[in-house]
Design a protein around this ligand. Structure first.
Ligand SMILES: [Zn+2]
Ligand SMILES: [Zn+2]
Ligand SMILES: [Zn+2]
Length: 375
């Protein structure tokens, strides 16, 4: 990431650098599972793996998006969801009507009826939120629907994981936390940085990660970055295990290993990156994406986690030092098609070597101490 404790860089579909379009870039290539959820509830047994798997659910059907938005596109109805979300259990009609403070009960009743079914349920005890209503409320409260906060570029005390400079710059635009170094070439080369109109020539991007607008409330720029780190690491844990942290659908991974990597000047001419291995995980359903160096995904490996914890490094702590700051990290690309890579992490006298396949699954983990090494 980012100033990443964790080598992840990405966020939702739509790089800011690409103006938010993701469709053309490989979503098709990775392929949606046949009979995914498009048709809502019609999916019977996926076709993957010879149809051995069967869909676990039979849906009640989806509410088409246009209808869903039409139902929700009215202030009183969102108020109803909000009041029901705050309520302790179900609310009878009169209690709900009182709290929403709407003029006439006839009109109020009409709005309420529009929500009943998909978003609100009516029981003997009154009205309550259904899961879909709760999710809408979460989206509203996370700020995803209503807020568009901006944090102007701010210099904060936070070490650059690449060059060790004591400060980095942080900004927040379009739900992305951007992290920049003014002292080194960052994590990506000029070609990529040049695509970013907002990027002045004197700073290089270390990474950018998604954070919902509510994540910026009552936080300093530094706290925003710390929150983004935790948010991203937790999402990466889910993504790398094949579960989308947004919608829980299946995720596909794509790995690129540079066969002639030379980053001695900071950025490799061949791949235009600092790191030889780049990974991108994409949801097959909602388009959520997270990419970056291999380090982010390796943080799900028990061997690496054990190694870090033993050395008092907690990659999940928002304010912890980046793994790159505390460990000597090295990548050796043994093959590119399909990729096979040896990753090395060194702390003090101890070294951990991870041999990983094209799925970044660790085939072999080896621990050494300097005394074993042939130095
Ligand atoms: Zn730097
Ligand atoms: Zn390279
Ligand atoms: Zn998803």
């Amino acid at each position: 990431m980012t100033a990443d404790p964790h080598g992840v860089d990405g966020g939702t579909g739509g790089d800011r650098t690409k103006g938010g379009s993701t469709d053309a870039d490989g979503t098709d290539a990775v392929g949606r599972e046949e009979g995914a959820t498009e048709e809502g509830g019609t999916e019977e047994g996926g076709t993957e793996e010879g149809g051995a798997k069967e869909a676990a659910t039979r849906g009640r059907g989806r509410l088409p998006p246009d209808e869903a938005f039409a139902v929700l596109g009215q202030e009183t109805r969102l108020d109803i969801l909000r009041i029901l979300g705050d309520a302790d259990g179900e609310l009878e009609f009169s209690a709900l009507f009182d709290r929403v403070e709407y003029d006439t009960s006839a009109n109020f009743s009409y709005h309420l009826e529009q929500l009943v079914g998909h978003f609100v349920e009516r029981t003997e005890d009154g009205y309550g939120l259904r899961q879909a209503g709760r999710r809408v409320l979460e989206a509203v409260l996370s700020g995803a629907v209503t807020d568009a906060p901006v944090v102007e570029p701010t210099e904060i005390e936070w070490p650059c994981q690449h060059c060790g400079a004591s400060t980095v710059e942080v900004e927040y635009v379009e739900e992305q936390v951007g992290i920049y170094c003014t002292n080194c070439p960052g994590q990506y080369g000029g070609a990529r940085a040049a695509e970013d109109d907002a990027l002045p020539a004197d700073r290089a991007r270390i990474g950018y990660v998604h954070l919902p607008p509510a994540g910026t409330r009552d936080r300093t720029a530094k706290e925003v970055l710390a929150a983004a780190n935790t948010w991203t690491v937790m999402q990466a844990q889910s993504l790398h295990r094949g579960v989308c942290p947004r919608c829980a659908a299946a995720v596909v991974h794509d790995l690129d290993a540079c066969g002639s990597h030379d980053a001695s000047e900071g950025i490799c001419d061949a791949c235009d990156r600092r790191f030889a291995v780049a990974s991108r995980s994409t949801c097959t359903n909602c388009g959520f994406e997270l990419g970056g160096s291999a380090i982010g995904r390796l943080h799900t490996e028990p061997d690496l986690l054990g190694f870090l914890f033993e050395h008092d490094v907690d990659p999940f702590a928002s304010d912890s030092a980046s793994t790159l700051e505390v460990a000597d990290f090295d990548e050796t690309v043994l093959a590119t098609d399909p990729p096979k890579v040896r990753f090395t992490f060194g702390i003090g006298d101890d070294r951990l070597e991870l041999l990983a396949d094209d799925d970044l699954d660790v085939i072999e983990a080896t621990r050494r101490t300097t005394t074993d090494a042939d130095d």
